[in-house]
Design a protein around this ligand. Structure first.
Ligand SMILES: [Zn+2]
Ligand SMILES: [Zn+2]
Length: 264
């Protein structure tokens, strides 16, 4: 059984948990140690249970809590060389640099890292596989590349960034340079870009779709939902909206019959 949940999603902090059996991986940690403990507890987890922390990139909403958590609980941290070179993850007790070209195994999970266009040193996003199922976590990209489409096609579950509404961003209070950054090819996906990407990826296999990394200043649930509905049709129980203050609760993917060992 592949399962996943979030501690929080948005520009004030991100952390996603993906688990299979006793393998529990945290993707990013943008929260303080105390807040991370509190939020993990809401999901029935303690930091000591984490097998590894995967880091997508060095922006503080993804990296701020990583090294302290890793140090306190002695958890290995996996990242790209570029993310490591940013100097933002210093103090981690054990660092493993991976190459986005090669999949690797952490316990029961197979990790596929996918390079994405975003304004960081060597950013990537993840697709995690277990027993014939996969969950994709795809936030923090400014544009859609054919590489991204190819690598995230056919996920059984997807956490996808619907960052901003273009009109709200333009009419909002951000300084002009920041507006250009957010809307640019190395910034974040707007609602329409995310919906178009979803259409390209295909939705037939999706058991869960999480609308994530929603900007609190430049987006609202109604606009994200209507952009999504334009390609998805009426939203149903498969669609979940991730929140900054509480992420989302556990979602589960049953193993494909006959694949993988039975896990509790
Ligand atoms: Zn972010
Ligand atoms: Zn970022």
């Amino acid at each position: 059984m592949l399962r996943f949940a979030s501690l929080g999603s948005g520009s004030k902090g991100n952390a996603t948990v993906v688990a299979a059996g006793d393998t529990v991986v945290l993707i990013d940690c943008g929260f303080s140690l105390r807040e991370t403990r509190r939020r993990l507890a809401l999901l029935g987890l303690q930091p000591e249970q984490l097998t590894a922390i995967l880091v997508t990139h060095e922006h503080s909403d993804h990296s701020a809590g990583v090294s302290r958590l890793a140090r306190q609980c002695n958890i290995p941290v996996y990242l790209t060389q570029g993310t490591w070179n940013s100097g933002r993850l210093e103090g981690c007790p054990e660092v493993v640099c991976f190459n986005c070209e090669h999949r690797f195994q952490i316990g029961h999970l197979e990790v596929e890292a996918v390079a994405v266009p975003h304004d960081a040193r060597e950013p990537c996003q993840f697709r995690l596989h277990h027993a014939g199922r996969s969950v994709g976590v795809l936030t923090d990209l400014g544009s859609v590349t054919s590489h991204v489409v190819e690598r995230f096609r056919g996920c059984d579950a997807l956490v996808l960034e619907f960052n901003h509404d273009l009109e709200m961003l333009h009419s909002g209070s951000y300084p002009a340079a920041l507006k250009r950054r957010v809307a640019g090819d190395w910034g974040h996906l707007n609602n329409q870009q995310a919906a178009a990407l979803l259409q390209q990826l295909g939705m037939e296999k999706l058991q869960h779709l999480v609308v994530a990394h929603i900007s609190e200043n430049n987006n609202c649930l109604q606009r994200a939902a209507s952009a999504l509905a334009a390609v998805y049709g009426p939203l149903d129980e498969r669609v979940v909206f991730a929140a900054q203050d509480r992420g989302f609760d556990w979602l589960r993917l049953a193993a494909v019959a006959g694949q993988g060992q039975p896990l509790q």
